[in-house]
Ligand binder design. Structure first.
Ligand code: HEM
Length: 142
């Protein structure tokens, strides 16, 4: 690794430099949205757990809660692009959108998918891991 390359650390990269104008506000907005989304995933898994122990009422909550947070990743995508966040974060964001769609697919086509329907809770786990990591990363750029 040459000297030029090694002198660019995460702390000195363009993403860590103080940004002016509207960019800092969008970065704060992004970090807040990512944190809220991660919290919503925990609540969503909690509702699934409630359904296992309490019966159908729990599934009602699980189903009706999704529309309250499923558009957050799209809002994060716009906020992240305007806030000039890293390509890594933007790509992870696209993955969040794809995983939400997969959650619907695994439920809607559960009969056709057979055992692959079991991916639903696995994707829940990935959604939480990804959004937690995104929240942690994005707060560093605030
Ligand atoms: C351990 C975690 C989870 C389990 C066991 C689980 C299980 C289920 C089950 C059994 C259903 C079908 C309910 C029914 O049709 O009566 C369902 C629906 C659904 N779940 Fe999950 N889920 C989990 C986590 C999540 C998470 C984190 C999301 C995040 C987006 C999610 C999104 C959805 C969606 C979009 C539906 C379909 C809603 C609809 O039909 O309108 N689930 N889930």
């Amino acid at each position: 690794m040459d000297n030029k390359e090694s002198s660019v650390t995460p702390e000195t990269s363009v993403f860590h430099q103080k940004q002016s104008g509207i960019i800092p506000y969008f970065r704060i907005g992004y970090a807040m949205l990512a944190s809220i989304f991660a919290a919503c995933i925990i609540v969503q898994v909690f509702f699934a757990g409630m359904a296992l122990f309490m019966g159908y009422a729990g599934w009602g909550l699980h189903i009706s809660f999704v529309p309250m947070f499923m558009y957050l990743p799209l809002l994060m995508l716009v906020t992240g692009i305007i806030g000039r966040l890293t390509k890594k974060l933007i790509w992870m964001n696209v993955m969040l959108v794809a995983m939400i769609i997969l959650q619907y697919i695994t439920v809607e086509f559960s009969t056709e998918m057979g055992v692959l329907g079991a991916l639903h809770p696995i994707i829940a786990f990935l959604l939480f891991g990804a959004s937690l990591s995104m929240a942690q990363q994005s707060w560093k750029y605030v």
